[in-house]
Design a protein around this ligand. Structure first.
Ligand code: ARG
Ligand code: ASP
Length: 727
């Protein structure tokens, strides 16, 4: 009898095991029907898979956009969603931050004061932002891997894949305005095509002041409990046929196939939630050696470099309001990964991630040796990867410094590097000159608008010093070695001298050089000390570091692909989800707080009361606008309060999200919008590498707070008229 029961139990467990489970995973919309829908419905979801993704009918996916930039539209930096039939789109404040900052000056400080277009005419044009609607997806693995076998050499394989991808993309774009992109899934074991309609006229409609949109700033970033009103609104415009078009006065608000209903019911503990969006990158299936390199070598150094950058920027931003406007977006950018890396290291440590990976690898090795067939395919690959990661370590570190302290160190370095082409222009290419000059003048305008020489000089000196002190000479660009030796390690003296001599730190000097530019001036550029430095840094990276790095990495990539295939073959009953790769995904889980550490348990939502608790006019990040204080004290929450009469602000849930999911719609069981995803909680940011349902939480802004701010705080309630708000 007991035996029978346990057999039944095993059968039952296997059955459950054959279905994907909520929380962990970022799922492919066209495969929900096959893998997830039963589990989703069991967890409370009331609709069908076709309500989310369907080829023939308008469905929820049609209300979601991937936000990109002209030139790289398939690399989605954030997600947005349509909340009206007149193209109104909402995303995070931090996703629109660059645009808001671009429109800001000391006279019109939209960062400080917020911005609301009171009519369509006042909406602000943003060059270069794109919004992509997914039309369809298709598994194109067999076409991409056509005539590729295990014997195909890796180089040839990659070439053939690229060729096939081009062909597929071209065929799918034919006779349409659509744009197609084929991407690798499961480390190159599978390929999917995504076809998009990409809109190019995306205008800023409104944003709260940064004291709301960025409340808590970089201090609260990646943290829970959270009180950030992280939203901004845009409107997508189309030509008169509702098709994508570059900005034109004649354009009209686009009519989406679908827009989200907004629910005022909110999120309650245990509620089913799902998130749709464009997660950027995760690496869940790496081996222990890869994790070792990342958490013990690469990231600690990158953290160290960025700590220096941030300290220097912060000091100057605190001292000058102008520098604060100029550097706020840059600061936030540098700070964001800097902080996440630190949380990741802690989180992985706490999970014993490396030992867990090692255990799995041991199991894998035993399995790989269990038959001749498996042995030829999989035996020994994990240790082979280990050898490669050892080889990669010094090169990887040199690459970190080249990027973080060199090419993206002091800004003047990458700016000067933009002049490489014009400096080397010969008579033969003279006809390119006029265009080049115009481009460079434009770059110059953009660069100097947000540039402070004195800040950058400190950065240059400090970063070159770190660069030179942390690597052996053979990994240093020649110019840095020369500077170190000539100035006896006094990089400040060097920076002072080089930057005062250079044309790249002074817009007037630079414009003078560019106006009426003659080829003979290339010589002058070639002698500019910053130009010399920039060239040396970039040249060294491109010729000595990057090729070696890529060569070793290509070998690990191949082994990783095999390892991934092996893992899937070994655990046949498990439903795997592919790593994030900036394609459309569905995440689902439930609203939940968590136990952060010994004796500390967090609630699942925050309210306006918490903002008032944090209020401190002395601290920039916590200086609550007076009007918000007044609304709080008057309890003027309109219909946006929860059933306890509180004004909800954020909530936490178990959806497995990552960078790129910012701005993603958070939906309830009926597919109605209840929030905007914008972050994750500190204890769980290692979810990009290893997810833990106990502590990994995505952080969302409650949509009721968005409406409250638009309506009661900003007085832009007219925008609500075009939304579909349900009780
Ligand atoms: N951590 C969030 C994400 O990765 C928000 C970042 C923007 N906010 C900030 N304070 N830097 O994008
Ligand atoms: N804040 C991230 C983003 O910008 C989201 C995350 O990493 O959780 O996409």
């Amino acid at each position: 009898m007991i035996k029978k029961i346990s057999l039944l139990l095993i059968a039952f467990i296997l059955l459950i095991g054959a279905q994907a489970k909520a929380d962990e995973g970022m799922w492919i919309p066209m495969l929900l029907e096959k893998y997830n829908i039963e589990d989703m419905q069991k967890a409370g979801f009331k609709l069908s898979a076709a309500d989310i993704y369907s080829l023939n009918e308008a469905c929820l996916k049609d209300a979601v956009v991937g936000l990109g930039r002209e030139g790289s539209p398939f690399h989605h930096f954030c997600t947005g969603e349509l909340i009206s039939d007149e193209g109104l789109m909402v995303t995070n404040y931090h996703c629109g931050y660059g645009a808001i900052q671009d429109h800001s000056t000391l006279e019109h400080d939209y960062l400080k004061d917020g911005f609301w277009a009171m009519s369509r005419d006042e909406e602000l044009v943003n060059e270069g932002i794109t919004a992509s609607f997914l039309i369809r997806m298709e598994d194109v693995t067999s076409q991409v891997l056509d005539s590729i076998t295990d014997e195909t050499k890796e180089d040839d394989r990659q070439k053939m894949i690229q060729k096939h991808i081009k062909k597929i993309q071209k065929a799918s774009e034919k006779d349409s305005d659509y744009r197609a992109s084929v991407k690798a899934f499961f480390n190159g074991n599978q390929y999917f095509l995504s076809v998009y309609e990409i809109y190019k006229d995306v205008r800023l409609v409104g944003a709260p002041p940064s004291a709301i949109g960025k409340f808590g700033g970089d201090t609260d970033n990646w943290m829970w409990p959270r009180h950030t009103g992280d939203f901004s609104m845009f409107r997508i415009y189309a030509d008169k046929d509702n098709k994508p078009a570059s900005y034109s006065k004649e354009n009209v608000p686009m009519i989406p196939k679908q827009s989200f209903k907004i629910s005022l019911k909110g999120a309650n503990e245990g509620d089913f939630t799902m998130v749709f969006g464009y997660p950027g990158t995760t690496t869940e299936y790496l081996t222990s050696d890869a994790l070792d390199l990342m958490t013990k070598v690469d990231n600690p150094h990158k953290i160290k470099i960025r700590t220096k950058k941030l300290d220097l920027m912060r000091a100057d931003m605190d001292a000058s309001p102008l520098v604060r406007i100029q550097y706020s977006a840059k600061y936030a950018g540098v700070s964001n990964s800097w902080k996440r890396w630190q949380g990741e290291i802690k989180g992985l440590d706490r999970l014993n991630a490396i030992s867990k990976k090692k255990e799995l690898e041991k199991k894998f090795e035993v399995w790989a040796n269990s038959s001749d067939d498996l042995e030829t395919k999989y035996a020994g690959i994990v240790s082979e990867m280990g050898v490669l990661y050892k080889e990669l370590t010094p090169v990887s570190l040199a690459r970190d410094y080249a990027i973080e302290a060199g090419m993206r160190g002091a800004e003047v370095v990458s700016f000067a590097h933009k002049f490489k082409k014009i400096a080397r222009l010969t008579k033969k290419d003279k006809d390119q000159l006029a265009d080049l000059v115009v481009d460079l003048q434009k770059s110059g305008d953009k660069f100097f608008k947000n540039y402070n020489v004195s800040t950058d000089r400190k950065l240059l000196a400090a970063l070159l010093k770190m660069y030179s002190e942390n690597l052996e000479d053979k990994y240093l660009p020649k110019e840095i070695v020369d500077i170190r030796d000539k100035y006896k390690g006094d990089f400040e003296a060097y920076a002072e001298k080089a930057m005062s001599k250079s044309v790249f730190t002074d817009q007037a000097k630079l414009n003078e050089l560019l106006s009426d530019y003659k080829l003979s001036r290339g010589k002058r550029l070639a002698k500019d000390p910053i130009f010399v430095l920039a060239n040396s840094i970039f040249f060294f990276y491109e010729s000595e570091i990057s090729p070696v790095y890529t060569k070793v990495l290509t070998k690990t990539t191949k082994l990783q692909r095999t390892y991934m295939a092996g893992l899937m073959e070994m655990q046949k009953e498990k439903i795997f989800y592919p790593d994030a790769n900036s394609t459309f995904r569905v995440h689902y889980g439930k609203v939940a707080g968590y136990k952060a550490r010994n004796a500390v348990t967090y609630d699942y939502y925050t309210t306006l009361e918490g903002i008032i608790e944090k209020d401190n006019p002395e601290i920039f990040d916590y200086d609550v606008p007076q009007k918000l204080r007044d609304l709080y004290h008057a309890k003027e929450f309109g219909s946006y309060a929860n059933t306890q009469g509180e004004m909800p602000v954020c909530f936490a849930a178990t959806n497995h999200t990552t960078g790129g999911n910012s701005g993603s719609p958070v939906l309830n069981a009926n597919g109605e919008l209840i929030g905007l995803n914008f972050d994750r909680a500190w204890e769980g940011v290692m979810s990009d590498l290893m997810y833990d349902p106990e502590i990994c939480r995505n952080v969302s802004l409650d949509i009721r707070y968005v409406l409250f701010i638009v309506d009661k705080f900003a007085g832009a309630g007219y925008l609500l008229d075009e939304m579909n708000i349900v009780q």
